[in-house]
Design a binder for this molecule. Structure first.
Ligand code: FCB
Length: 463
């Protein structure tokens, strides 16, 4: 059994589900432009309709209520609310989120709002994107406005979803929008995403609305493939860039010295200005953690690269550590090629509790893609996903028992959706979506999750 008050949620993001890319005055985002470029998205998929949540949000909220969710994590689309990322706001865009929030509240579902889940207004990218410092300030203004409009009914706020992805997949490997491959710019982007977080927290706090405010990071335990010095150094490096660069900044107000040293040939970091880290490291009410898998790495030349590589031709996101190989450690993998390892979640949570100032933790994403099949009898049987979520929830429970301040869990994702560079080929949903008809069907995992929530804990081992 989980503690009373444990938050049982599911998560989505605006770009992956809404569609309606030109509806009601929405501006263009970097993902709109990216999807139009040939070869960027598997199968040439795009999100013009996505799963039509913009029109179907009421039905989708009803589904959440049927599942018994106590909370729903979603993101707002910046270009829908402020088409050019600066200047005028679009009342119709804001109204959509007000209607969504009111719908959630009418069912007693707690809205958890993420301000940025990767859909930067194209106009801001044209002005330099995240490598430009001004983008952080634009984001803080945007955050303040959305907060002023919605804080009366939304209590839980998070700033930037997975800054690692925005910075290093967006500006170093080019696998994500805007698709640039500029290591030095990626580093500037990483800092400015952190700064955007810090300035947004400041701006929201100043409104004294009693909000709970957090940042959101994607964490991976990193294991050296062998005990060799080269492999241990590889693990230190990847852990540094993936985890500590963001955790130390947000929770300790400092960048790790070893990571700055690893990157010193790429940049002199002169873009870090006095006061930035104080803003970035200001106390948070909570930390949102997205967890999917573990990395096993090798620093030996010619080390094998695992299947988790990008779907499209791309450079390395691991700037300064391009020599590191990602090794398949032999665990079962999901349809993404990501190794299933719930012990990695335990390690991650323990590390947060042991090495960082104590802050309430939430798993804000966790889940798996599998090749789901819509059965002839109209059901979708996904035992692998049930097993994945069950194992990770069991781990959450063990972490809580061991004293980790973990207070909630959001499954990724509520529904199948547009999985970025992978398009619609990877299904993460608890709910199956027929992309032709937009029909929604609860998979076995959704029914299982609903039972779990009703019970307030795990009923027994999944078969
Ligand atoms: C995370 C993203 C989310 C989704 C999952 C599978 O990195 O935040 O949008 O793509 O991975």
């Amino acid at each position: 059994m989980f503690p009373t008050g444990f938050v049982w949620g599911a998560a989505t993001s605006a770009y992956q589900i809404e569609g309606g890319l030109t509806a009601d005055g929405r501006g263009t985002s970097i993902w709109d432009s990216f999807c139009r470029q040939e070869g960027r998205i598997v199968g040439g998929d795009h999100a013009e309709t996505a799963i039509d949540h913009y029109n179907r949000y009421r039905d989708d909220v009803k589904l959440m209520a049927d599942l018994g969710l106590t909370a729903y994590r979603f993101s707002v689309s910046w270009p829908r609310i402020q088409p050019d990322g600066s200047g005028a706001y679009n009342a119709k865009g804001l109204d959509f989120y007000k209607r969504l929030v009111d719908e959630l509240l009418s069912y007693g579902i707690d809205p958890w709002l993420t301000l940025y889940h990767w859909d930067l207004p194209q106009a801001l990218e044209d002005a330099g994107g995240w490598p430009a410092r001004d983008t952080s300030k634009r984001f803080a203004d945007f955050a303040a406005t959305v907060h002023a409009e919605l804080a009366d009914r939304v209590r839980n706020w998070s700033t930037v979803n997975e800054p690692w992805c925005s910075a290093f997949l967006g500006y170093a490997s080019g696998e994500h929008a805007p698709g640039r491959r500029e290591p030095a710019s990626a580093l500037r982007a990483a800092h400015h995403l952190n700064l955007a977080h810090g300035l947004a927290v400041q701006a929201m706090r100043a409104q004294n609305a009693g909000s709970q405010i957090g940042g959101c990071v994607n964490l991976y335990p990193v294991t050296p493939a062998t005990a060799s010095e080269a492999d241990q150094d590889a693990a230190r490096r990847i852990d540094g860039l993936q985890n500590r660069f963001f955790l130390d900044a947000l929770l300790k107000g400092a960048y790790p010295e070893d990571v700055l040293a690893d990157l010193s040939h790429i940049s002199d970091m002169s873009f870090i200005q006095d006061g930035d880290l104080a803003a970035i490291g200001a106390p948070l009410d909570m930390l949102l953690v997205n967890y999917y898998s573990r990395f096993t790495v090798s620093g030996a030349p010619g080390g094998a690269v695992s299947a988790a590589a990008a779907p499209t031709d791309s450079g390395s996101p691991w700037i300064g550590s391009e020599h590191v190989g990602f090794v398949n450690a032999g665990r079962p993998v999901t349809a993404m090629g990501w190794e299933v390892d719930d012990s990695g979640l335990y390690e991650t949570l323990r590390r947060l509790a042991d090495d960082y100032p104590r802050v309430p933790l939430y798993i804000s994403e966790n889940g798996a893609a599998y090749d789901d099949v819509f059965g002839e009898d109209g059901t979708v049987h996904d035992p692998d996903r049930v097993a994945y979520i069950e194992a990770h929830l069991r781990t959450c429970h063990a972490a809580i028992e061991s004293g980790v301040p973990l207070q909630g869990y959001f499954a990724w994702s509520l529904m199948d959706n547009f999985e970025w560079a992978w398009g619609y080929g990877k299904r993460f949903g608890l709910v199956y979506v027929d992309y032709e008809t937009q029909a929604r069907t609860m998979k076995s995992s959704a029914l299982w999750y609903a039972d779990t929530i009703r019970h307030g804990g795990l009923l027994g081992r999944a078969q």
